[in-house]
Design a protein around this ligand. Structure first.
Ligand SMILES: [Zn+2]
Length: 420
């Protein structure tokens, strides 16, 4: 009896340990498998053909690519270095000639040897000024002048970031390794479809391919090449083509209206017609969206349009109304002040600042009350169908796909893992 009880206790303890393991395995920023993936993905190749290698690797996994590097020291010769790597020096590299940039090697030059399945692929010589590449396939020589690029060593790497959102997009994006600036770019890319201040739900997810550009060791710029964002079961994709973002069918993501009139900080209440009004303490329809934000936070117009009202408007306090085309208007209330130069009749652009968050009118704390109206009636902007932007022509779509071709395996992997 006691024996059985002990056995039972043992089993229970094991079960608890196993479930804890499963719990932590599934709730980290990424699973173990993904951590391996990320270390596999987040590395850099000098040859700048990372994805080419990646795709080759995926397509032919038994192929083994090895790269060895040697720094030239006193008394080294090219042959003595290649000997170390068990490579016979190609005769073309021993002959004196204008084209043979391997003929003279200097101390501190870096010689690298790349082999696939034991067979020589490239030999390269790199120093501050030049990179010299010998291609074993066709015995050709190539010289890349590093000094030509503004005298600086411009380099880049493409990285993949992905995560599931646990509480906030910003935190989950930071945890995945994205920088604050890159996170802001992503919010901008999807700003027409996703309101990052209030649409984000637990278990939303994202996968981002970023090209980081370096000047020497300094990270100077990032370009989002591809982004996937699953929001409330809807999957959004963005392909960079000539610095503009398109979906996979070639429609621009840019739309007539941005989802939010404010950069994403935090939000006090969701769109809800049965909301307790903070001052009157009665249920009155709340026809709009409230964005809680510090006083003075810039408010921008969600679309191109013309100001048709500017002034105090009862409980709304300091308000601006903008007309966009014939049937749409947007309203921005409780402002602390207007942006200089705003007046009735003034034309404004999408994302142009029109005023600043405040607490004027019936308001308990600084927030922006925003309304999107169709023929004067408030509507949930998500439920209004807008005309799509102009689709790319078929030639450009082919070009766009070509630009992303080498990344397809990675996009597919992101789609399979981060859009479900
Ligand atoms: Zn409100």
């Amino acid at each position: 009896m006691i024996d059985n009880l002990l056995k039972f206790r043992k089993i229970i303890i094991y079960l608890i340990i196993i479930s804890l393991f499963v719990y932590f395995y599934n709730n980290g920023p990424y699973s173990n498998y993904e951590i391996n993936r990320i270390s596999e993905i987040n590395y850099k190749l000098d040859t700048k053909d990372y994805y080419l290698n990646k795709v080759q690797h995926a397509a032919n996994s038994e192929k083994q690519k090895i790269k060895q590097e040697f720094v030239v020291r006193k008394n080294n010769t090219l042959s003595s270095i290649l000997n170390k790597a068990k490579v016979k020096t190609p005769s073309i590299l021993l002959k004196k000639g204008k084209k043979n940039c391997f003929y003279i090697i200097q101390i501190k030059d870096v010689i690298s040897i790349t082999k696939v399945n034991g067979e020589l692929l490239y030999i390269s010589k790199k120093n501050k000024n030049i990179e010299c590449i010998y291609n074993a396939k066709d015995s050709s020589l190539k010289i890349i002048n590093n000094k030509k690029i503004d005298g600086a060593n411009i380099d880049f790497m493409e990285l993949v970031f992905f995560n599931k959102i646990s509480n906030s997009f910003y935190n989950s994006a930071l945890a995945s390794g994205l920088t604050p600036n890159e996170i802001m770019s992503i919010a901008d890319i999807f700003g027409w479809d996703v309101d990052f201040t209030q649409d984000i739900r637990k278990n939303d997810s994202f996968g981002i391919v970023v090209k980081r550009i370096y000047e020497g060791k300094k990270h100077i710029k990032s370009i989002v090449k591809y982004a996937l964002f699953k929001n409330k079961k809807k999957v959004h994709e963005a392909y960079n083509f000539k610095e503009v973002y398109y979906d996979s069918r070639g429609y621009p993501l840019r739309k007539q209206f941005l989802r939010a009139p404010i950069d994403f900080y935090r939000i006090s209440s969701h769109f809800n017609r049965k909301r307790l009004h903070p001052i009157f303490k009665t249920v009155r329809p709340h026809l709009g969206t409230d964005y809680a934000a510090p006083k003075g936070t810039p408010i921008y117009s969600t679309g191109d349009g013309t100001i048709i009202f500017k002034g105090r408007k009862g409980g709304y306090g300091k308000t601006i109304i903008i007309k966009h085309g014939n049937i749409y208007t947007t309203l921005y209330a409780h402002m602390s002040k207007y942006k200089k130069g705003m007046h009735v009749g003034k034309k404004v652009k999408q994302k142009q600042i029109i005023g600043y968050v405040g607490s004027t009118g019936y308001s308990t704390g600084p927030h922006l009350h925003y309304e999107f109206r169709v023929r004067g009636k408030h509507k949930d902007v998500m439920k209004v169908k807008f005309k799509k932007g102009k689709k790319l022509n078929s030639k450009s779509i082919i070009k766009m796909k070509e630009n992303h071709k080498l990344n397809e395996t990675i996009y597919l992997w992101l789609r399979n893992n981060y859009s479900i």
